[in-house]
Design a protein around this ligand. Structure first.
Ligand code: CA
Length: 514
């Protein structure tokens, strides 16, 4: 079905609108009472009136830049004729409101999950094997292949066995302040609800990141580096005599863990046990029109149901920090939000960079002229609820509600840090297309455009583009997202899971290596 020429304006004060049509619109198209001065690609901006040089360009009711030159009505606006404004001053933000609005409760929604001893709920039943250092990765990978082939078929109640592989553990300045982030990330990933407090650990023996440092509390490791329940295998252990002996130790421990995991059953859990991590990747200018606002509606529903929703990606909210502070549930949350922005500003500055380094060639091709425009679309996935907490990179979330989990925007690092924060479902919006996935937590894709969903049908679980192509309401798509999250949490496999597509974990390590 081809759509009549259509422009989408997000806010009454906007002086630009974006092209909705697949394939864009040709020069001379008459739309909304103006004539396109040139061909404009899908999702790209059109000037709704003539603009003088230096005049603000407004989308989402926000100044996303200034006209770099005089721009005619109906002309295409992109990064070539738009100058980026500076980021909001962190020392001049309005104070948060003294009283946050209370969400209206949403009752009656449940899913079938695995209840853990610590009260958290898994959406998958996975045997995870982490390590204290990259040196052991080859051995663990070999063992995981054998576990999958030889043992897993005998334990049908277990979804998978996964190596939590990473490149940390040695050759690093382990006492530097920055080292705390990757260390606590590894600690908390091993505690993700999908692993049932049953994560195995493989250590080399001589590494800087000793098991007792990584898990001082979790497995009851003694000073000799041996634990009571066989969850820790140390390759340099004197009892190991050759490679096969190391593999045998890992397989023996795995069998014990698989037996325990296999006995678990899904039970009915309230939607308040959802911990949904949200991010976007390969965004376009329709991300903020279709996928992200629809996801925002689903996020509101989860929060109203008492669940946890995490949004992240510091550089993609930095330009909207004033909006976030205005939604802080308490003054402490506002302070924490600003603190995370300040830390990241300094981190980028130390690398002679700033938040504008975020946008990619694909973002620009998709109509996002700069990080300000990208941020306004990105933030809309957070919905409208008060922000009840801030989670620092690598920390585990300790409260429910809408949380800002501070992470880089990098898809792999954001997903890894949200996993450490305890997410049990990941939802990912895209406008350009990406095969990103995780083996540890189901990843749902939300696609901004119908055309992309058709070509990348293998990934398009929910087609938010139907807001445009089929005139679906954002509310209807939001409800679909919420219900798909519940079904996925109950065990419905994503297409990426069925195909076995997954990405590596990627730690955020701002500390020095040696
Ligand atoms: Ca991302």
């Amino acid at each position: 079905m081809s759509l009549a020429p259509r422009l989408i304006r997000m806010h009454p004060s906007d002086n630009v609108a974006v092209v909705a049509n697949d394939g864009g619109l040709p020069a001379g198209t008459v739309v909304d009472g103006l004539v396109l001065a040139q061909a404009v690609p899908q999702a790209h901006k059109v000037a709704l009136n003539a603009l003088a040089q230096g005049e603000p360009i407004v989308r989402y009711g926000v100044n996303i830049g200034h006209a770099a030159e005089a721009i005619a009505q109906g002309a295409w606006i992109n990064e070539a004729n738009l100058h980026m404004p500076s980021a909001p001053d962190l020392d001049a933000l309005p104070a948060p409101p003294s009283e946050a609005t209370q969400p209206q409760p949403l009752d009656g929604y449940t899913f079938e999950g695995y209840r853990n001893r610590d009260g958290s709920v898994g959406t998958r039943n996975i045997l995870a094997i982490t390590n204290t250092v990259q040196c052991v990765s080859g051995v663990v990978g070999h063992a995981v292949d054998r576990i999958r082939r030889e043992l897993l078929p005998r334990y049908p109640g277990v979804d998978d066995v996964v190596a939590l592989d990473h490149i940390y553990g040695c050759g690093v300045a382990i006492d530097a302040p920055g080292a705390a982030i990757p260390i606590r990330t590894l600690h908390n990933i091993a505690r993700n609800p999908n692993f049932a407090d049953s994560t195995m650990v493989v250590s080399l023996g001589c590494e800087k990141l000793q098991p007792s440092r990584l898990f001082p509390d979790l497995f009851g490791f003694g000073s000799n580096g041996r634990d009571g329940d066989g969850s820790l295998i140390t390759l340099q252990d004197e009892n190991h005599n050759g490679f096969e002996s190391m593999i045998a130790s890992i397989l023996k421990s795995a069998e014990k863990h698989l037996t325990q995991l296999n006995a678990r059953k899904r039970v009915t859990c309230p939607a308040s046990d959802l911990v949904v991590g949200m991010q976007c990747g390969g965004s376009d200018a329709l991300s903020g029109v279709t996928a992200n606002p629809a996801l925002g509606i689903a996020a509101d529903m989860i929060v109203r149901a008492g669940g946890t929703v995490m949004f992240s990606e510091v550089t993609e909210v930095r330009d909207g920090i004033d909006q976030l502070v205005a939604r802080a549930a308490t003054p402490e949350v506002a302070v924490d939000l600003i603190e995370q922005m300040r830390w990241y500003d300094a981190y980028l500055a130390a690398g002679d960079s700033d938040r504008s380094a975020n946008t990619t060639p694909g973002n620009k091709k998709g109509g996002l002229s700069n990080i300000v425009e990208k941020a306004m679309g990105s933030i809309s996935k957070s919905g409208s609820m008060p922000i009840s907490g801030v989670v620092a990179p690598g920390e585990r979330a300790t409260r429910k509600g809408l949380l800002f989990t501070a992470t880089p925007a990098s898809d792999f690092i954001c997903g890894t840090l949200q996993m450490a924060a305890g997410m049990n479902v990941h939802i990912f919006t895209t406008g350009r297309g990406t095969p990103y996935g995780l083996a540890e937590v189901p990843v749902l894709k939300l696609v901004t455009r119908t055309d992309l969903a058709r070509r990348w049908h293998v990934l398009g679980v929910i087609v938010a583009g139907e807001v445009i192509s089929a005139n679906k309401s954002l509310e209807r798509v939001g409800q679909e997202i919420f219900e798909t999250i519940l079904a996925t949490a109950s065990g419905q496999k994503t297409r990426a899971e069925r195909l076995g597509l997954s990405n590596q974990l990627a730690l955020f390590n701002p500390g020095p290596v040696t």
